[in-house]
Write a protein that binds this ligand. Structure first.
Ligand code: NAD
Ligand code: HSO
Ligand code: ZN
Length: 429
């Protein structure tokens, strides 16, 4: 049975808080496991990478097979179906067009004191890209990671993706080739994140690490932050669907399961104002789980981490949505624009009955690497800006310094920092 909450019940507020603050990792001490993995990589580099890859991905890794060769990429591309490659190209074009619009502009102006001011945007030198590969392979995530990096102008792109049993998914390699990535390593999990952050064997450290992954990958990014930049905590997938009773229950059930099927730690939530519709969706979900090829994963995510919330009217939805700040939000209602204006926190919002979240995963254009576990309250989806940083530019001539310098010297005196004051005053006439 999935958890059912009714906003009219007396204990709704506490039951809701308990639900949203529940740990979705099934009791595993993810943080401690990840800390140990990172320490191992820092201490033993390539040897630790080989040991952990044997343990978690089940094959013998060594320096000779760590990096994918050009020949492997050529062979992989030939193994892909033509229709898959065509869909990949279609997706890549749309993702590129969208991200090109995000490129920021430099600024330079002279203010009324004669000081030249502005800023300049630069790409980072090297980015590490994580494409998940444990329970499924994600060619789409290769595109979603690499295209904004390319648009930003990053010089070096290093892709890591796990290869269970040593086998690389051919479409992942085809996607990497299309995205212009030449450095690809068959490693995954926290050990891959640590190798990108600190270096290991032939892998040189990068400046930023981006990309989605399971709880171990997300926690590893959190722990290496500071040594490198990261995009956001993009962990196990989530969906929240706000739906009225006019929807087809089987459609909404499929939407809920589209994210549940990623990971047992995934989360799907339905908010509806129609209790009978909630029953119909619940039954449809059970039927679809029974037929799913990923039954174990979807059943665990649905029964352990998900919920149906029945509200009196959909006017109650925005406050609930904002508290959850879901990775994905579907507004499956007749007039979604109106509800949209009342909602502030979500990674991506899908408007109306004909915009299933899955189009955003592949071909809509916006990035599918999105913040999870309430972090959409302060973070955004991956964008070109995650690969760039802004440098301020300040220029004075003698006259401009004469106008703004005295106040700087005064403040330096007030802070008890005489060399600061002196470096200004020696230049004043
Ligand atoms: N938020 C987003 O933007 C977004 C986008 C796409 C995918 N995802 C998520 O990415 C994830 C993909 O997960 P996945 O597992 O298929 O692949 P993954 O590549 O994220 O994780 C596989 C790796 O996890 C490590 N691992 C597994 N069990 C472990 C354990 N007990 N201890 C230590 N390490 C362990 C292993 O090193 C393995 O290589 C899903 O949770 C999916 O929902 C999120
Ligand atoms: N829904 C995932 C983000 O949470 C992205 C994805 C890739 N492939 C399928 N789905
Ligand atoms: Zn998905």
């Amino acid at each position: 049975m999935v958890l059912r909450l009714d906003s009219s019940s007396a204990d709704f507020a506490s039951a809701f808080e308990q639900f949203i603050s529940k740990d979705r990792d099934g009791g595993a001490d993810v943080s401690a496991v990840v800390r140990e993995v990172i320490n191992k990589i820092r201490a033993d580099g390539m040897d630790a990478l080989a040991e952990l890859t044997q343990k978690f991905d089940g094959f013998a890794l060594c320096e000779a097979n760590l990096k994918i060769t050009d020949a492997e990429i050529e062979i992989a591309e030939k193994q892909c179906r033509a229709e898959d490659l065509k869909a990949l190209d279609f997706a890549a074009d749309r993702i590129r067009s969208y991200h090109l619009k995000q490129l920021p502009k430099d600024e330079r102006y002279t203010d009324d004191m004669g000081v030249t001011l502005g800023w300049r945007w630069n790409a980072v030198d090297a980015a590490g890209l994580y494409a998940p590969g444990g329970r499924a392979a994600y060619p789409s995530s290769v595109l979603m990671n690499a295209i904004p990096a390319q648009v930003a102008g990053v010089g070096r792109l290093a892709l890591v993706t796990p290869a269970p049993g040593g086998e690389m998914n051919p479409l992942v390699l085809a996607a990497a080739k299309r995205a212009g990535i030449t450095e690809i390593y068959r490693i995954g999990g926290a050990q891959a994140i640590a190798a990108l952050a600190y270096g290991a064997g032939p892998i040189a450290p990068v400046d930023v690490i981006v990309g989605p992954g399971n709880a171990y990958v997300a926690e590893a990014k959190r722990q290496v932050f500071g040594k490198v930049g990261i995009d956001s905590i993009a962990g196990p997938s989530e969906i929240l669907v706000v739906a009225d009773g006019q929807n087809e229950p089987a459609w909404i059930a499929a939407d809920l399961l589209s994210q549940a099927e990623h990971d047992p730690s995934s989360q799907s939530i339905l908010i509806t104002d129609d209790a009978q519709f909630a029953d119909r969706v619940s039954n449809a979900v059970d039927e679809q789980i029974a037929e799913s090829e990923r039954k174990e994963i979807t059943a665990a995510a649905w029964h352990d981490n998900s919920a149906i919330i029945v509200v009196g009217t959909l006017d109650e939805a925005p406050a609930i949505v904002d508290r959850i700040a879901p990775e994905h939000l579907e507004l499956a209602i007749e007039a979604p624009e109106e509800l949209l204006t009342k909602i502030r926190h979500a990674g991506a919002i899908f408007m109306g009955r004909y915009t299933p979240e899955a189009v955003g995963d592949y071909v809509a254009g916006p990035d599918h690497v999105l913040p999870t576990v309430h972090s959409a309250r302060y973070a955004s989806g991956l964008s070109v800006l995650d690969f760039m940083k802004r440098t301020s530019i300040i220029g004075c001539d003698a006259d401009a310094l004469a106008r703004i310098g005295p106040a700087a010297a005064t403040l330096a005196d007030a802070e008890g920092l005489p060399s600061h004051a002196n470096s200004v005053r020696v230049r004043l006439k």
